[in-house]
Design a protein around this ligand. Structure first.
Ligand code: HEC
Length: 239
């Protein structure tokens, strides 16, 4: 469940929203500036439509919950994954009534992606969660398509093929990363690097017998007397 917008004193929430407002403004300015300087590159993203490009993304990451069988079920946010009109309702939470559902959705996708797959969702209100309680991360390429499409005015397009079906959110598998980290460090996925003692390397080089330093013995090729600590073999017959 996404019971996520609670637990916060409302003035804190309001401050955050003000900050977000500011951020969104800055982003908007960058986008405008970006467009101005881009010049004459081919605009392959200008043709994005709901049916061809965006609905499949919503189907993949949102339809587990945002899917409905009749337009009546589309009041508010509930079934925008299979009804374009569902995206046109105004936002109802986070003080984002100035946005429509597509924009609030993108805002939440961005905030969730920024926080990453391993955060504790209890501490944040905007985080998107799957029914299984996993943080929903929409990969950057798909997020960018949604962003561009919204900036283009959310063209609906024409439905020429069946909608992408309702599906469960793909789980965001976390891959532990222990590169350049010490044993005991955070692995980035809620675990620690090389849990337990590091594997023991037997030290038997140059020894003909004796302990291997890891609780075992080195291969014994000593036919004389073995010094178990050093692994030096002394000929029985030497003085
Ligand atoms: C596990 C179910 C679930 C999934 C998956 C899910 N949502 Fe939601 N969504 C909800 C629930 C429940 C609410 C109402 C409570 C809330 O806003 O958290 C909601 C509300 C919303 C709203 C309305 C917010 C507003 O202010 O009006 C938007 C927009 C939204 N979700 C977008 C998305 C997007 C985009 C995705 C996919 C990237 C998504 N959701 C995935 C369950 C889900």
């Amino acid at each position: 469940m996404m019971g996520v917008m609670l637990l916060k004193p409302s003035n804190v929430l309001r401050n955050q929203l003000h900050r977000w407002n500011g951020l969104l403004g800055v982003v908007a300015i960058f986008l405008i500036a970006g467009c101005g300087t881009e010049g004459s590159g081919p605009t392959t993203t200008g043709d994005l439509t709901f049916y061809d490009d965006i609905q499949p993304i919503y189907a993949k990451y949102c339809s587990e919950c945002h899917w409905g069988t009749s337009p009546d079920g589309c009041q508010g946010e509930s079934c925008f994954s299979n009804h374009y009109e569902g995206l046109l309702f105004p936002g109802a939470t986070f003080g984002r009534e100035d946005m429509n559902k597509a924009e609030v959705g993108l805002f939440r996708i961005d905030e969730t992606n920024k926080l990453g797959p391993n955060i504790n969702p209890d501490n944040y209100d905007v985080v998107l969660l799957s029914a299984a309680g996993a943080v929903v991360i929409v990969p950057e390429t798909e997020t960018e398509l949604i962003r561009t499409w919204i900036n283009n005015g959310m063209p609906e397009g024409v439905q020429t093929k069946p909608l992408a079906p309702q599906q469960d959110v793909p789980s965001t598998e976390c891959s532990p990363n222990c590169d350049n980290k010490e044993c005991g460090d955070d692995d980035g996925c809620g675990g620690i690097c090389c849990e337990g003692p590091p594997p023991c390397e037997p030290k038997c080089e140059g020894k003909s017998c004796g302990y291997d330093g890891c609780g075992g013995n080195c291969p014994d090729i000593c036919t004389g007397v073995c010094d178990w600590e050093t692994g030096v073999c002394t000929d029985e017959n030497s003085p």
